[in-house]
Ligand binder design. Structure first.
Ligand SMILES: Nc1ncnc2c1ncn2[C@@H]1O[C@H](COP(=O)(O)OP(=O)(O)O)[C@@H](O)[C@H]1O
Ligand SMILES: CC(=O)N[C@@H](CCC(=O)OP(=O)(O)O)C(=O)O
Length: 303
């Protein structure tokens, strides 16, 4: 009996410990980048959807920007189309673009919407092309200081959030694919981390959360798995030129978001059940957090 009462008290304590975070984040917008590598395990996919619906019932306004790199790789391979990456971005030929658009808007987005909507009529899918959400221009990658052509890859130059805000005001959970239109009539492939950052800035979000398949930003990848738990934008700017592969657009996104006025950006391990809830409602300090540098501070690389 006594044991049972202690168990109940522990549950009440867990719930009440969330109160400061509920007070702080109620009514605010949180942009969540759900990476392609974080969505491969069935149990994790369901726990992600539960977390997002939990946030919605807790009075936050979650917006999902989904990735789909591994899913695009598989579809390109099935179609016999070669795929390479430069500086973390997919070199996108016109025939690859058709596959990218089909997989992101027709497959991955539908899957994420379906997972969330098991809990109620919340999720609504949008491509960045819809209602001029994302307008992009052709982007070049920079390799050793040289601009390199990487095809139909876009750099977002304008974000129009009117339609998205109407969805949020209606209590919906928007699920966005990182495809953009161009004023030149082209359709562009935008890295999903980059798109999430642009959206977080445009929506004045309180947080950008990036879910991926590593614990956070490793200080000395691939030689060590020491995770940097927090760093300022100035410190991140110093590290950025030495980062590799998929971490480049991810950390650039955190930098852009926080320098653009988002108070904090996080890279979290999407392989941990309920990592999203732990990050938002506890002080567990998981993953890597990027915070604004104090005005006038000098950049130092964290140990
Ligand atoms: N410093 C680093 N810290 C952590 N991961 C790194 C680092 N540098 C490169 N990576 C690689 O970046 C990957 C994450 O990027 P990516 O594969 O694009 O993920 P996602 O599909 O979630 O966007 C990691 O799995 C890891 O292989
Ligand atoms: C230009 C570019 O690289 N676009 C990405 C878009 C999807 C994405 O970003 O997916 P993840 O978040 O799972 O990596 C691509 O084609 O793979």
């Amino acid at each position: 009996m006594r044991k049972n009462r202690m168990g109940v008290m522990a549950k009440a304590e867990t719930l009440i410990k969330a109160l400061p975070w509920l007070e702080r984040f109620h009514g605010t917008t949180v942009v969540i980048k759900y990476g392609g590598h974080a969505m491969t395990d069935e149990e994790l996919r369901h726990s992600f959807a539960e977390d997002v619906v939990f946030l919605r019932y807790a009075g936050l306004k979650p917006v999902i920007v989904h990735g789909g790199g591994p899913q695009i790789n598989a579809a390109l391979a099935r179609n016999g189309i070669d795929s390479t990456f430069t500086a973390g971005l997919r070199v996108t030929t016109p025939e690859a673009m058709e596959v990218v658009r089909m997989v992101l808007t027709g497959q991955v987005q539908r899957d994420v919407v379906g997972l969330i909507n098991r809990h109620g009529p919340f999720a609504l899918g949008m491509s960045g092309e819809d209602a001029h959400l994302f307008t992009a221009e052709r982007k070049h990658a920079v390799v050793d200081g040289e601009a390199v052509d990487i095809g139909q890859v876009g750099e977002i130059v304008e974000v129009q959030v009117g339609a998205l805000r109407a969805l949020l005001d209606d209590g919906r959970i928007p699920v966005i694919s990182s495809i953009a239109r161009g004023d030149d009539g082209e359709v562009y492939n935008v890295n999903a981390d980059t798109a999430a950052a642009a959206l977080a800035v445009a929506l004045d979000a309180t947080k950008l959360v990036v879910l991926t398949d590593v614990e956070g930003l490793y200080a000395d990848w691939p030689d060590s798995d020491d995770v940097i738990d927090r760093l300022t934008t100035d410190e991140l700017a110093v590290l950025l030129p030495d980062l590799s592969a998929g971490m480049v657009p991810k950390m650039e996104a955190c930098l852009t978001a926080v320098r653009g006025g988002v108070p904090q950006a996080h890279v979290l391990d999407g392989r941990v059940l309920h990592s999203l809830l732990l990050e938002i409602f506890t002080d567990e300090g998981i993953g890597t957090m990027v915070l604004p540098s104090p005005p006038g501070s000098a950049a130092e690389v964290p140990a």
